[in-house]
Design a binder for this molecule. Structure first.
Ligand SMILES: Cc1cc2nc3c(=O)[nH]c(=O)nc-3n(C[C@H](O)[C@H](O)[C@H](O)COP(=O)(O)OP(=O)(O)OC[C@H]3O[C@@H](n4cnc5c(N)ncnc54)[C@H](O)[C@@H]3O)c2cc1C
Length: 577
């Protein structure tokens, strides 16, 4: 059942308390409540996901960020790698968390990404071979909204067909799609066609899969997992309520046991306590999970002391190791009048597209907007490897990503009033830079200090310059002749130095922070959680969200987070069966 006020809840003790009904938290709440013997309360700071049109219409998803009522309106610290610019840093503040506001791209990552998780945790359960079960368990591959034949655009054999999240190919083909595919034919050695980047071998260019249903709706962890589970008597969902502290209820031989959370609805509102008889499961995401740990006395004791917070558990890695994907949209002026600008500048066309979506769930608005993705590596003899170690997980993991879009995309500048555009977005897929999340104060309603360290490492700057040069080569294929008019602005630069300067001026993020409560092996004293995701050095507290990933996958991470949460649910069920 859904509650909006902690005072309404009939009971104050549950077997499991889940902090955050986001991507991972909703999976955990839904899977644990499958066992009627378990009672589960999930507490979400944000609002319900119901009746939010832009959270349903795939094409409108990007309008939910930043600075809306469904996002945590965070901003980064001045970024050294970005000429000291600050960047908006939204996270979902709503049931479903970031899966309700994200751009719906569905990529699993590579074999090497998962095998590295298994290696650093000494747990083969996190390997690609073992995790494919959970990837399939979370997804249901469905036809695209245009119902076209997807033969040759996806490998049906590798996908789940019964999972909660509906996954489909973009349902509106037009614009630049054919030109992108034609480029893979003409320049096949540099840009090989990849029939399915979710096979574990993502390198090359292929069709994007999205968390979008066959009826043209966003499929989020709220719609796919939480809402159906809320009919159960043993699952309660409390929204508009922030967990302000995790409380240790006992100590034995220096080991604290967590079993209580404190919640509040406003900074000065009453504090209410809930008890967990089995576990508290922290699923607040890569920013709020380390924030809440630190507020609760779990973290670097020197930092906590400086904020007058008593250390309960000295874990120096809390909030460290923040890894994110730097994002740069490169623009070309094109000879077309049917790019996304046509919709942005024509209210009656937008209204018609919305009406089409409303009536039939089809058309441009049923498509998130980027129908192909490319994953690329630097050549293995790149000079940069003489100075820096290769941060990628292995030869199947990309160093950078390509995202061609039929219009002007930017998180840094607004769309020009005239002209029609092609964007080829270049993202750093395997960054070397590492940032942090630290408390600004001991007030749980204060925003934490977020430093994703975008392009801070010279390695990442080098990769971005190589990615831009590759995008320019891509745009030279004959498929673009007569279509592309010219590159826009500093993209025209020809020296590495000028391209690096352009990158520092124009890069932002694709909003993929992970790693701030990283998983390590049982024998490793560093790290925050063990391979079973229990917090080191205490009992009763587990973390299940993107913060535990020790490295960022070379992929948009939601599919990885769903699979992680599915396995975590099995681990928790097994621990308490
Ligand atoms: C704008 C944007 C676009 C993105 N696009 C893509 C994409 O296209 N493809 C992709 O794969 N990934 C994308 N991502 C990333 C992806 O969505 C996230 O990596 C993933 O959803 C993270 O899941 P999570 O469970 O760790 O955290 P979240 O889903 O963010 O869940 C955390 C939840 O905890 C709640 N919470 C936090 N603190 C508290 C507290 N103190 N008390 C109670 N509740 C709390 C939050 O409100 C939230 O609901 C995008 C992210 C953003 C923000």
């Amino acid at each position: 059942r859904l509650y909006t006020d902690p005072a309404q809840l009939p009971i104050k003790e549950y077997d499991f308390l889940v902090v955050g009904a986001g991507t991972a938290g909703s999976v955990i709440a839904a899977r644990l409540s499958e066992n009627p013997a378990f009672s589960v309360l999930v507490i979400e700071a944000g609002s319900s996901n119901q009746n939010i049109l832009a959270a349903e219409v795939p094409f409108l998803g990007s309008t939910l960020s930043p600075n809306t009522t469904v996002t945590w309106n965070y901003t980064t610290t001045p970024q050294i790698g970005l000429n000291n610019r600050t960047i908006p840093y939204p996270r979902g503040y709503v049931l479903g968390g970031s899966s309700t506001i994200n751009f719906e791209i569905w990529t699993r990552g590579s074999i090497d990404d998962y095998n590295r998780f298994a290696k650093v945790s000494s747990d083969p359960g996190w390997s690609w071979a073992e995790m494919t079960h959970y990837m399939k368990k979370s997804e249901h591959l469905v036809p695209p909204t245009d119902n076209r034949s997807i033969f040759g655009e996806v490998d049906l054999a590798i996908h789940g067909i019964k999972g909660p999240v509906q996954v489909s190919l973009g349902g509106y083909i037009g614009g630049v799609d054919r030109r992108v595919i034609d480029t893979t034919r003409e320049f096949g050695s540099e840009f090989p066609y990849n029939i399915d980047m979710n096979s574990g071998y993502p390198l090359g260019i292929g069709w994007t899969q999205n968390s979008v249903s066959s009826k043209g709706f966003r499929s989020s962890s709220a719609t796919a997992y939480l809402t159906p589970a809320m009919e159960r008597d043993n699952l309660d969902v409390l929204i508009q309520t922030r967990v302000t502290k995790l409380v240790a209820v006992s100590h034995a031989n220096g080991v604290p046991t967590f079993g209580q959370v404190e919640v509040a609805q406003t900074p000065t509102g009453p504090r209410v306590l809930f008890n967990a008889s089995k576990e508290v499961i922290l699923s607040s995401g890569s920013i709020n999970t380390p924030q809440l740990l630190q507020l609760s006395g779990v973290g670097d004791s020197a930092l906590l002391a400086s904020l007058n917070i008593t250390t309960i558990l000295d874990l120096g890695d809390v909030g460290k190791n923040l890894s994110d994907h730097a994002f740069l949209a490169n623009h070309w002026l094109v000879n077309s009048t049917s790019t996304f600008e046509a919709v942005g500048r024509n209210a009656s066309l937008a209204a018609d597209l919305l009406a089409q979506w409303n009536m039939t769930g089809t058309g441009l608005f049923s498509d998130p907007g980027a129908n192909q993705i490319g994953w690329m590596r630097l050549p293995s003899n790149s000079s940069i490897f003489q100075q820096y170690p290769d941060p990628s997980a292995g030869p199947t993991s990309a160093h950078y990503e390509f995202l061609p879009v039929n219009g002007f995309v930017s998180f840094v500048e607004s769309t020009p009033a005239t002209g029609f555009f092609l964007s080829i977005i270049t993202n750093i897929a395997s960054p070397l830079s590492r940032g942090s999340v630290t408390l600004a104060s001991s007030d749980p309603f204060d925003n934490p200090i977020i430093n994703p360290a975008l392009l801070e490492s010279p390695f990442d700057q080098y990769v971005m310059v190589e990615a831009i040069k590759t995008a320019k080569r891509f745009a030279e294929a004959s498929a673009w002749k007569g279509y592309i008019i010219e590159a826009v602005g500093a993209l025209n630069s020809t020296t590495n130095e000028d391209l690096a300067s352009y990158a520092r001026n124009s890069t932002s993020t694709v909003f993929h922070p992970v790693g701030t409560a990283r998983m390590t092996s049982y024998s490793n004293k560093d790290g925050v959680v063990n391979p079973d995701l229990l917090v080191k050095g205490c009992s009763g507290l587990r973390i299940v969200d993107a913060s535990v990933l020790p490295y960022i996958p070379a992929a948009h991470p939601q599919a990885c987070v769903y699979a992680l949460a599915e396995r975590a649910a099995d681990l928790i069920k097994a621990a308490w069966s």
